[in-house]
Design a protein around this ligand. Structure first.
Ligand code: CP
Ligand code: NVA
Length: 284
């Protein structure tokens, strides 16, 4: 939060002068790209932006070799890719820290920003209830990891066939009933929640399932009725991009309980803190 205060006051904070971040995108991005890139420049460093299409990554250079080479030239790497195993293979052969900028299975930078936003608005998240409405996807999985670490509860409601895979490496054996409960009806998941959150019905990489998903998810639209059964001061979050009229009604995402723009902005502040922590070992 010191980093955010300084940014708002136009005060320089450049502990990462002469440091370089490589950003590798195998999927599209707006927020992750802008927040890491702007954030690294603000910290005094620079960035290299790579995509599958314009690097040897798209021409079958082994991931291990790419990791060895890239990590000899930069101080930090951020990767957005498909399987979690890909980022893990990269990290295993990297000399420098590797940040997960989203995989099919997890999206930790987003959850850091979401929890920071919750704390800014409402104080500690410990003991609170988060309602997850929609797909059992990378965001849902990461909420569950965070619930275990920070001791809050996640009520999950997904259509059948789209449940969270709690056997996933990174989740299996880690989530207890105190931190995770499933509901068939999304209204029941929202009842009494401190935060209601959702995400797109079709994540990147699953576009072929789009039509089947639209049908399956029709009743999993976060609308005013769902917000009405949550706590009166409940917040609404969405990692964005959003589809109004699908996973959330316009009334909710553009309404007074929604903090989606703060959430997006906070990506930059928390990732600056993360980069400073990874390179200099300190938190601000
Ligand atoms: N929320 C998020 O990660 O957005 P982008 O896909 O635009 O990076
Ligand atoms: N679950 C979404 C999040 C996008 C930021 C996806 O993986 O496409």
């Amino acid at each position: 939060s010191l980093i955010k205060k300084k940014f708002k006051a136009y005060e320089k904070h450049q502990p990462l002068t002469d440091r370089t971040l490589a950003m590798i995108f195998e999927k599209a991005s707006t927020r992750t790209r802008v927040s890491f890139e702007a954030g690294m420049y603000q910290l005094g460093g620079s960035v290299v932006h790579l995509t599958t299409g314009d690097s040897q990554l798209g021409r079958a250079e082994p991931i291990e070799d790419s990791a060895r080479v890239i990590s000899r030239m930069v101080d930090l790497v951020m990767i957005r890719t498909f399987e979690q195993t890909k980022i893990e293979r990269f990290a295993a052969h990297s000399r420098v820290p590797v940040i997960n900028g989203l995989t099919n299975e997890f999206h930790p930078c987003q959850i850091l920003a979401d929890i920071f936003t919750f704390i800014e608005q409402r104080g500690s998240i410990r003991g609170k209830t988060v309602a997850w409405v929609g797909d059992g996807n990378n965001m849902a999985n990461t909420w569950l990891q965070a619930a275990e670490l920070l001791d809050f509860k996640v009520n999950v409601s997904t259509p059948s066939g789209y449940e969270v895979n709690d056997k996933l490496p990174g989740l299996s054996g880690r989530i207890s009933a105190d931190h995770y409960q499933t509901f068939n009806n999304p209204m029941d998941a929202c009842r009494g929640a401190d935060l209601v959150t959702t995400d797109v019905w079709t994540s990147m990489g699953y576009e072929a399932e789009n039509e089947a998903r639209r049908r399956a998810f029709a009743a999993w639209c976060v609308n005013a009725e769902m917000m009405a059964v949550a706590k009166p001061n409940a917040l609404f979050m969405h990692c964005l991009p959003a589809h109004r009229g699908e996973e959330v009604s316009a009334e909710v995402i553009d309404g007074p309980q929604s903090v989606v723009w703060d959430e997006a902005e906070n990506r930059m502040h928390v990732q600056k803190a993360l980069m400073e922590y990874l390179l200099l070992g300190r938190l601000r």
